[in-house]
Design a protein around this ligand. Structure first.
Ligand code: ADP
Length: 268
């Protein structure tokens, strides 16, 4: 920025000088770039099911008009695409809500054990479809400062991923333990372990980026949006927690949600 400034001279008068101010625009530009990337990705993701929908509408109005069997099949595919769009919009709204809000109130106590059980029960049909047994190894109760709805969303994403990307016919284990974080703060850790193909090390640091997927085709086929783990990370940030991801390729993955200040009661 160039600003003209009057500077007093030795002989009493003033002389016009120019003041040059330099501002580092790099962080600002990075935020702008990330925002532009996000909008481009979100538009692309929405456009894909929308294009499929409009293609099927054309077919139903034209060549498949009189073919009852084809009509039924196309309507079922259209239903899947519409569900995918709805899920994407839902995830985008949840993400913007958790990204913008501050930490959860420290006095808002919730027991996460019934929350995890509720999520596991809700995912039972998917588990049956994938022939996966969900093993739950939890104490009677475990209280943290948290937001019930957000925690439901968090565990739903982790357990659903384990079912979707883990091996069919294998187990998924959900367990809980107390541990200490790096600085010694007591933590409560919920671990979701699957025994699927796992994740190659080069993908691990990027998994919580918005829209990042190891295999886009596989994620889409599973109804994924690529926003789940980003949502998990932000929900954990709001709970002053963190996400640990460990994986041994060909031997599954463990996603651990760590929350501060664990208060555990005795085992069930
Ligand atoms: P998606 O909607 O695609 O499931 P997520 O953000 O939840 O998006 O996950 C990002 C990607 O991380 C997934 O597309 C998948 O490639 C990978 N991933 C997540 N969980 C697992 C897991 N348990 N095992 C292997 N890969 C996983």
């Amino acid at each position: 920025i160039i600003t003209p400034v009057p500077v007093p001279t030795l002989f009493g008068g003033t002389e016009k000088c120019m003041l040059l101010t330099f501002h580092d625009q790099t962080p600002l530009r990075r935020v702008e770039e990330m925002r532009a990337d996000f909008v481009a990705n979100a538009s692309h993701e929405l456009r894909t099911p929308l294009a499929a929908l409009s293609g099927f509408i054309d077919t139903l109005q034209g060549p498949a008009k009189e073919d009852a069997k084809a009509r039924e099949r196309f309507l079922s595919i259209m239903h899947t695409q519409a569900t995918r769009m709805a899920r994407l919009i839902d995830d985008l709204l949840s993400l913007s809500r958790v990204e913008l809000s501050a930490h959860v109130r420290p006095d808002a106590c919730v027991d996460i054990v019934p929350i995890i059980r509720q999520v596991a029960d809700g995912l039972e049909p998917l588990a049956r479809e994938r022939q996966v047994a969900i093993e739950i190894d939890l104490p009677a109760s475990a209280t943290i400062a948290g937001d019930r709805e957000e925690l439901l969303r968090l565990f739903e994403n982790l357990i659903e991923n384990a079912l979707k990307y883990g091996a069919s016919g294998e187990r998924v284990v959900v367990s809980l333990k107390e541990a200490a974080s790096g600085d010694g703060t007591p933590e409560l850790r919920v671990m979701v372990r699957d025994f699927g193909p796992g994740i190659a090390p080069e993908h691990l640091p990027r998994l919580t980026e918005r829209f990042y997927r190891v295999d886009v085709g596989d994620s889409r086929a599973q109804g994924g949006t690529g926003l789940g783990l980003s949502l998990v990370k932000h929900i954990l940030n709001r709970h002053r927690g963190r996400l640990l991801i460990e994986s041994v390729p060909k031997n599954g993955a463990t996603f651990t949600a760590c929350f501060p200040q664990a208060k555990l009661s005795s085992s069930a």
